[in-house]
Design a protein around this ligand. Structure first.
Ligand code: PLP
Length: 438
């Protein structure tokens, strides 16, 4: 019997058992118990199909390292989002790291060159700049959308500025036309940390269409997940070749899966005279063109990604629907005291979370406390102003970014992911109602 058939039979037997993936969004025999269950801020939107794909890869794989499934996922992902090339890595943070390392090498940026970035967001958007001896040039946010203020971006650009690094807040972009105009006018590139914004569109096109290169995260809180995982994608194949090299020990060879078993390799000249300073023949696999890392994912992650990719359009629609419904409920009870972040009229945002902006510090903290006590998970908008944090305060003076410093006072988010069931949405409504009637 074929292994696939055996695995199918096994899953048919176990998939309806209460102990099988009991946390699933559509788990049978499991309904939400509002007296003890939590409503998470996010979570994987997967079922037995992803589990089956991973098990099959485990059983049939030998080394389990990045192979055919990762290569197929890279190709399918590129096709879906219109990239020429992508490289999968083991996290979104690793994606950002190899993306910036590759950009610096590709465009011959110098140490100390500047990249514009918001102080508000996730730390590993900023860290790879410093790790590559580049200077993060911070621009304060505007409370209208919590993204960096585009007028200030324009003013901040100087002769050392090489790029703008955008990380749309909870998936929601600023005015991409204006940002694109600024970058073109100043002849600098736009980099997208797209970890929170997979599927978001501007004027009907993916945000990545407006950027030179885009990263993504597949951590379970994100739009699609492979457990841990990330991707760097671009139309610039040379850039992706460099990113792959940084993620694969710094080597030049780019053979994946079965091409590893060919004598000539993907380059067609595997055994050649590759080194200027060595007279003989070298295997391309051991040609090192950068000081790299090992940030490769496992092949099981590739097989999970292939299944998840088929669900991305459904996930996009559901995230938007849930966001709208929760927005209505919360505004009914707390309208005037909180504002739910909205999208620009040209944007079709794939919301990472439901961003709630409170009228003041006290309301935010009372509300967060109440929601958590009632098992509705909340999250800060990540670090708030990253310059307030011990690992980052040496980079610049947090006080110069006043609006960014207000983010922790006013802003938090709750989940709006597709795994929220009807019962959970109703329960969130009840908790907000209870809060206003305290
Ligand atoms: C905007 C942004 N960039 C980067 C990352 C890092 O991704 P990962 O957790 O996969 O390392 C995150 C994580 O949530 C993020 O939100």
């Amino acid at each position: 019997m074929q292994v696939e058939e055996l695995v199918n039979q096994l899953f048919e037997k176990i998939k309806d058992e209460p102990c099988f993936m009991p946390y699933l969004y559509n788990a049978k025999n499991k309904s939400f118990d509002e007296n003890k269950d939590w409503v998470y801020y996010s979570g994987p939107y997967w079922n037995e199909l992803e589990a089956k794909a991973a098990v099959l890869t485990f059983i049939t794989g030998q080394w389990l390292v990045s192979g055919e499934n990762v290569a197929r996922f890279e190709n399918e992902y590129s096709k879906k989002f219109g990239f020429k090339s992508s490289v999968m890595v083991n996290s979104g943070s690793s994606a950002n790291l190899v993306m910036i390392s590759a950009l610096k090498k590709r465009f011959r940026w110098n140490d100390g060159d500047e990249v514009i970035v918001s102080p508000v967001g996730f730390p590993t958007t900023v860290a790879p700049l410093v790790q590559n001896n580049l200077k993060p040039a911070f621009v304060d946010v505007t409370f209208s959308d919590l993204n960096f203020d585009l007028k200030e971006v324009d003013k901040k650009i100087n002769s050392n500025t090489k790029a703008v690094l955008l990380s749309p807040v909870l998936g929601n972009p600023p005015d991409m036309d204006e940002l694109g105009y600024i970058c073109n006018k100043k002849k600098i590139i736009l980099i997208l940390d797209g970890c929170d914004s997979l599927g978001t569109k501007w004027k009907g096109k993916y945000l990545s269409d407006y950027a030179h290169v885009t990263s993504c995260s597949f951590y379970p809180a994100h739009h699609i997940t492979t457990g841990e995982g990330g991707m760097v994608s671009s139309q610039d194949e040379e850039l992706i070749h460099l990113a792959r090299s940084f993620a694969w020990w710094g080597r030049d060879c780019y053979c994946v899966g079965s091409t590893n078993l060919t004598t000539k390799g993907a380059c067609g000249k595997r055994f050649s005279k590759w080194l200027d300073d060595y007279h003989g023949i070298l295997d391309h696999k051991y040609l090192f063109t950068q000081m790299g890392y090992n940030l490769k994912p496992l092949d099981m992650q590739g097989s999970i990604g292939l299944v998840q990719l088929k669900k991305i359009d459904e996930i996009h629609i559901k995230r938007r629907e849930v966001k709208k419904r929760l927005e209505k409920i919360i505004t009914k009870f707390l309208g005037g005291r909180v504002r739910i972040l909205d999208e620009h009229s040209n944007a079709e945002t794939s919301w990472f979370g439901l961003p709630i902006i409170c009228e003041d510090y006290h309301l935010k903290h009372k509300l967060v406390d109440f929601l958590e006590k009632n098992r509705v998970q909340t999250r800060n908008y990540f670090a708030g102003n990253i310059l307030l944090h011990p690992g980052y305060k040496h980079l610049d003076d947090a006080k110069s970014y006043k609006e960014s410093s207000r983010v922790l006072d006013h802003v938090f988010f709750i989940g709006c992911y597709p795994g929220l069931s009807e019962e959970m949405i109703t329960y969130i409504g009840k908790v907000f109602e209870k809060f206003v009637n305290l």
